[in-house]
Design a protein around this ligand. Structure first.
Ligand SMILES: [Zn+2]
Length: 111
């Protein structure tokens, strides 16, 4: 019989509890960081989307204008009317609305 034990008397078992606590703390910090990262990314995405929508409405055709006769038709009425000579009309885009207010001759809608 050996006088000494074959298992080492020094063990790292006392590190298990602090190790687990450390792991949990690390996980919590990681999740919080990830949450803020995702949140920031989402805000960025939404801002880009809003910018894109604003640019698209600026360039979108909102109606048609005929200089001779000072006629304006919104895009819905313009497409409904079949009796128009569409070449007489020029398109009115969203960005033109900053300068003028247009009222549709057919549906009286203010654009
Ligand atoms: Zn109209």
């Amino acid at each position: 019989m050996y006088p000494y034990s074959t298992t080492p008397s020094f063990s790292f078992s006392f590190l298990i509890v602090p190790g687990l606590i450390g792991l949990v703390v690390f996980l919590v910090i990681f999740l919080i960081f990830r949450f803020f990262n995702l949140w920031y990314w989402r805000i960025n995405e939404i801002t880009d989307l809003l910018k894109e929508i604003r640019n698209n409405t600026k360039n979108e055709i909102v109606g048609w204008y005929k200089k001779a006769g000072d006629n304006f038709l919104c895009k819905d009425c313009f497409h409904k009317r079949k009796d128009l000579n569409k070449e007489d009309y020029r398109s009115v885009k969203g960005e033109d609305l900053n300068k003028n207010v247009y009222i549709c001759d057919d549906c009286k809608k203010e654009i």
